[in-house]
Structure formats: structure tokens, C-alpha cells
Ligand binder design. Structure first.
Ligand SMILES: NC(=O)c1ccc[n+]([C@@H]2O[C@H](COP(=O)([O-])OP(=O)(O)OC[C@H]3O[C@@H](n4cnc5c(N)ncnc54)[C@H](O)[C@@H]3O)[C@@H](O)[C@H]2O)c1
Length: 349
């Protein structure tokens, strides 16, 4: 039975991966998560009582803790997702991004290397470290071009720079030490359990309550959107059959401007909530000052992942958005718990 560590498993993508593995395999999982504002135990509802799943509240930058957990759990596979992930927060204060995304990745690489070197035979052959990164490391694209595995690194935000640094560390641990690791660079994810500071959940929750929907600048920024379940499937496939030392770009082949995406959500809400006093929901759109250094366009070429591993996204953007709206409306308790947590952190009770 495969034994897998998922770092950041109480976050958005990590929890989707944990739920998918628990549902579709007989693997054992150790979720390691510091439970920052973005890490929520509610995200692991349904797996916490399962004897195949264990949880450790630890900081990936804590070397003693990582060594203890790797020694006691003895993983065959590590999915590394723990990170500070919000660009706006990295602009306000980048310290945590460096400690977690850079130093934390370094500590995990060192710990994984020691663990892997202690394995022998088939276990050593089979061990994999899957590093989960972002297409934002490649910077901003002019029209007509695509990010691919060979694109130059041109990170523009402190978040992207911290992820790029982590990618380089992983690459070096493969090339220098032979650690069997693979790097993935994925486009924007959406789906259930995404912390509502990100565009799609923020828009859905604000529409539900008749609050303004903030749009950075003219809303013309283009992103490629991938449903989080498709991302989780890609990560599992790459862990199983990806080539060591390779990078795989993951994307949804679903480019949209932020404005078009928000308008789609508004139209869906007009149909779902025809009685809303603030209908049409597009009247809630409020343009706010653009983020400094805001990348204009991301788009990801997924030819390598398709041709080498036979992966393709299953969700269309339309179906995925409709399902995501339904999830947020059906999980008001989850949304309320997040709002309550955010209020408590601000000291407002
Ligand atoms: N969300 C996206 O669109 C997207 C796209 C491509 C890649 N990624 C990458 O995927 C990964 C997961 O992203 P997400 O959107 O789920 O983020 P998230 O913010 O929802 O979750 C991050 C998780 O990491 C945990 N964490 C943070 N610091 C930690 C530390 N020092 N030690 C242990 N745990 C810690 C948090 O508590 C949280 O549970 C990140 O590495 C991110 O860079 C995200």
C-alpha cells in the first residue's frame, strides 16, 4: 500500500488531492499542514476519522519536525503543496513567502533526500517527490504565445519569485543529489474549498450577499482556468508515470479575461437568484486600482502532459463554474466558519 505525504493538505488544492486519493485508492496519507489562515480543518471533513489518514499540524520549515514525521511515516511518495499562495499578500509582506515557499521547500528537500538515501531496492527506485508550482513563474505573456516547459523564468510578483526559487532548489536537488523529483507548473485553479480571497469564490460569495465585486483595473487580465479535481488527477498521473527531473505544465485550455469570467458568474446568478434585489448581478461590479506588477496574460501549453501521459482536463469551464457556484451555495457553514475565523484573527470577535 502506497504511503503518501501531502504537505498543505488542509488548503484548497491539497485537500482536493487528499479527498481524491482517499476516494479512489487504498493508500495511506499523512497530511502535514501548519494551518495558516488558508489551512482549514473543515477542508478535511470526511477523511479525518479514517484510519488511512493521519494529520500533523507542523511547519514544513521545521527541520526536526519534518525528520521525525518522515522517519515515523516512511513515505513512498511526497506531494509538496504547502505554500503561501496569495499574490496580494506577498506584495504587502513577503517574509512568510520566503520562509515557507523557499526555506520550507529546502527543508523538505533535505529531509526527503535523507529519507530516500536510507531506502533500498524497489523502495528507493519507486520513491517520488512531486513539487507543485505555478505558471506564474514564467511571467506575463504577449498575445499568441503560450507558457511551456522550456519557457524562461520571469517571475514578477514576490509570490511568483518565491515559487520560482523553490522550483530551482528542486531542480538542483535532482541534478546534484539525484533526488527523484518532478516539477509541475499549473495555471489558475478553481473549485470547492478555495479560500474566498481569490477571484472566483470572492465573486460568488459577494454576489450571494449583494456586496460589491472588486475587479482589478479594466478586468482585461487573461488567465487559464483548471478545475482543481483535474489538477489533482494530473498530479497523481505525474507521480506514477512522470519522468524524474522533468517539468510538466498543467492547464485547463480555458482562457478567459477576469471580466468575462465574472460576467459569466453574474449571469449564472441572475438565473439562480431571479428574486435578488441587486439583480442584475453585474451591477455589483466595481473597478478597483490594479495590482502593481499585475501580469496581463497567462496561457499554458499542455501538449507534453497530453502526449506523454495521456492527461486532459475533464471539466469544461462552464460546467466547472456552475458546479463551483452550487458548492459554495450548498456549503454556507464552511463559508461562515471562514468568515468567523477571519473576524477572530482581526480581533473583532
Ligand atoms: N491556487 C492556484 O490556482 C494554484 C495554481 C498553481 C499552483 N498552485 C500551488 O499549489 C499549492 C497549493 O495552493 P492552494 O491554492 O491550495 O493554496 P492554499 O493557500 O489554499 O493552501 C496552502 C496550504 O499550505 C499550508 N501552509 C502554509 N504555510 C505552511 C507551512 N509553513 N508549513 C505547513 N503548511 C503550510 C496552509 O495552511 C494551507 O493549508 C501551492 O504551492 C501553490 O503555489 C496554486
Amino acid at each position: 500500500m502506497t504511503r503518501v505525504i501531502v504537505t498543505g493538505g488542509a488548503g484548497f488544492i491539497g485537500s482536493a488531492l487528499v479527498h481524491q486519493i482517499m476516494a479512489e485508492t487504498d493508500w495511506r496519507i499523512l497530511t502535514i499542514d501548519k494551518l495558516t489562515y488558508a489551512g482549514r480543518m473543515e477542508n478535511l471533513d470526511g477523511v479525518m476519522g479514517d484510519s488511512r489518514h493521519a494529520f500533523a499540524r507542523e511547519d514544513i520549515a521545521d527541520r526536526d519536525a519534518m525528520e521525525r514525521l518522515f522517519t515515523s511515516f516512511a513515505p513512498d511518495l511526497v506531494f509538496h503543496l504547502a505554500a503561501e499562495s496569495h499574490v496580494d499578500r506577498s506584495i504587502d509582506s513577503a517574509g512568510e513567502f520566503v520562509s515557507t515557499n523557499v526555506v520550507g521547500t529546502f527543508v523538505l528537500l533535505e529531509t526527503a533526500l535523507t529519507h530516500w538515501r536510507g531506502l533500498d531496492g524497489a523502495a528507493r527506485e519507486a520513491f517520488r517527490f512531486v513539487h507543485v508550482s505555478t505558471d506564474e513563474v514564467y511571467g506575463s505573456l504577449p498575445p499568441g504565445e503560450m507558457f511551456r516547459e522550456t519557457s524562461p523564468y520571469q517571475p514578477n510578483s514576490p509570490y511568483a519569485a518565491s515559487k520560482a526559487s523553490a522550483d530551482f532548489l528542486v531542480r538542483a536537488w535532482v541534478k546534484t543529489h539525484g533526488l527523484p523529483a518532478v516539477i509541475t507548473n499549473c495555471s489558475n485553479n478553481y473549485g470547492p474549498r478555495q479560500y474566498p480571497e481569490k477571484l472566483i469564490p470572492l465573486t460568488i460569495l459577494n454576489m450571494a450577499e449583494g456586496k460589491p465585486i472588486p475587479i482589478y483595473g479594466d478586468g482585461g487580465q487573461i488567465r487559464d482556468w483548471l478545475h482543481v479535481e483535474d489538477h489533482a488527477r494530473a498530479l497523481r498521473l505525474i507521480a506514477a508515470r512522470g519522468r524524474i527531473g522533468e517539468t510538466y505544465c498543467i492547464g485547463g485550455e480555458a482562457e478567459s479575461t477576469n471580466m468575462d469570467l465574472v460576467l459569466t458568474l453574474c449571469e449564472a446568478f441572475d438565473a439562480i437568484r431571479p428574486e435578488a434585489p441587486w439583480r442584475p448581478h453585474r451591477s455589483l461590479i466595481t473597478h478597483v486600482k490594479d495590482r502593481p506588477g499585475h501580469d496581463r496574460r497567462y496561457a499554458t501549453d499542455i501538449t507534453k502532459l497530453k502526449s506523454e501521459l495521456g492527461w486532459a482536463p475533464r471539466w469544461t469551464l462552464g460546467d466547472g463554474l456552475a458546479a463551483t457556484i452550487r458548492w459554495y451555495l450548498d456549503h454556507r457553514d464552511w463559508c461562515d466558519a471562514i468568515a468567523e475565523g477571519a473576524r477572530a484573527r482581526r480581533g473583532t470577535g
